[in-house]
Design a protein around this ligand. Structure first.
Ligand SMILES: Cc1cc2nc3c(=O)[nH]c(=O)nc-3n(C[C@H](O)[C@H](O)[C@H](O)COP(=O)(O)O)c2cc1C
Length: 364
């Protein structure tokens, strides 16, 4: 089924406007009945944030912003799905065109600006599919015109706690003006203090709900010191590294499209996001696990992320350029690496190369 999709549907989708293609892919996932996926090799399982992941390959947020297709995505063999970003009220986002495919670079620039149907719509869909199970993260953000952005996060943690496996506090979208300022130490401390208060209130009602922080890759190491310091002090459950970058690596071939405003994802983001992941891992010192994202498009790339410190990984842009087959390829490659190194579990690989990576020259 996946092979058929990659062979016939993907060439059509890649000829369309990127946003239309994405809409069609979502429709297809809703309509086409998918068979149950093959069971995962038990060596791919990993426990993180108090959750048992059947395999470490997840769908990054942005793909299913409105929680329309989490169950079909799990059926494609993903170990987890993060939906969102969801904001309290629906919002239209920026004017189109706002997604650009840089084909020669296997990259995307997007400036969507948190277009989504809002909390109510996502909540009712997640409640309706709750019996399907699986690990579903909900990525939450503030409305662009919100008078109190921190209150938006608190409210969303409270409303999604009953239906989410974990909740991600997303302060790293480059497309909501001022949002990334919430990564600065003082604002971040205010935000996380209130987010963790909300988590504790929800724990008594619904059981524990891990709350993760997703960061940008465009940070100085001094910024990262502060962020990890605050996240550890506030006892966050984990971090996700990273969102898209505002930088434009000089290696980009599609120079004309590269000047579009927005966040860059895909292969050119790999080196930077992996370095920031390794830098985060050495600072966290095992206090909580990490999710790695940014430019994963193969088994080798996923393994590099895991060795840089990711317990589980997420991808989006790699699916656009390489198709759904990449999911099973990643699983196969991880198993091969485990066999080669005579490891019994994936956890044995996490962070093995982090210290060495932080000694390399900074990627540009
Ligand atoms: C079109 C598009 C929309 C995205 N929307 C979101 C979003 O709503 N929230 C979020 O946290 N990240 C969003 N992202 C970022 C991804 O979740 C991911 O962090 C980033 O793209 C790096 O992974 P990749 O290189 O595998 O795409 C989006 C990415 C793309 C390409």
């Amino acid at each position: 089924m996946i092979g058929l999709f990659d062979r016939f549907a993907r060439p059509i989708l890649s000829a369309l406007d990127p946003e239309d293609a994405h809409g069609l892919a979502l429709k297809g996932l809703k309509l086409v009945p998918l068979p149950k996926p093959a069971p995962n090799d038990p060596r791919l399982a990993i426990r993180a944030f108090g959750l048992n992941f059947p395999n470490p390959v997840g769908v990054a947020p942005g793909f299913d912003k409105n929680a329309e297709v989490p169950s079909p995505l799990l059926r494609l063999g993903f170990g987890f799905v993060e939906v969102g970003t969801v904001t309290p009220r629906p919002q239209a986002g920026n004017p189109r065109p706002r997604i650009f495919r840089l084909d020669a670079d296997e990259a995307i620039i997007n400036r969507l600006g948190f277009n989504n149907e809002g909390e109510k719509a996502a909540l009712s869909r997640l409640a309706a599919r709750a019996a399907d199970g699986g690990i579903i993260g909900v990525n939450v953000g503030a409305n662009r015109d919100s008078p109190d952005r921190i209150a938006d996060y608190v409210r969303l943690i409270e409303s999604f706690a009953p239906v989410a496996s974990y909740i991600t506090v997303n302060v790293s979208s480059p497309n909501t003006p001022g949002l990334r300022d919430l990564q600065q130490a003082k604002s971040l401390d205010d935000l996380l203090a209130r987010a963790i208060d909300a988590r504790e209130r929800m724990r008594t009602r619904y059981g524990s709900i891990p709350v993760l922080l997703k960061i940008a890759p465009d940070l100085s190491l001094a910024d990262l010191d502060d962020i990890v310091g605050v996240a550890r002090q506030r006892r966050m459950d984990g971090m996700i590294i990273s969102n898209t970058t505002l930088s434009r690596p000089p290696s980009l071939k599609e120079r004309e499209k590269a000047i579009e405003q927005g966040g860059l994802s895909g292969r050119p983001l790999f080196a930077l996001s992996t370095r920031v992941l390794a830098e985060t891992y050495v600072r966290v010192e095992g206090a909580f696990p990490l999710i790695g994202a940014g430019g994963i498009d193969s088994g080798a790339a996923a393994l590099t992320k895991i060795k840089a410190g990711a317990s589980v990984v997420q991808l989006y842009t790699g699916l656009v350029f390489h198709g759904l087959g990449v999911v099973s390829e990643i699983k196969r490659e991880i198993l091969k690496a485990l066999e080669k190194g005579r490891h019994n579990t994936l956890a044995d690989l996490v962070g093995n190369d982090a210290a060495d990576m932080t000694a390399e020259p900074w990627p540009v």
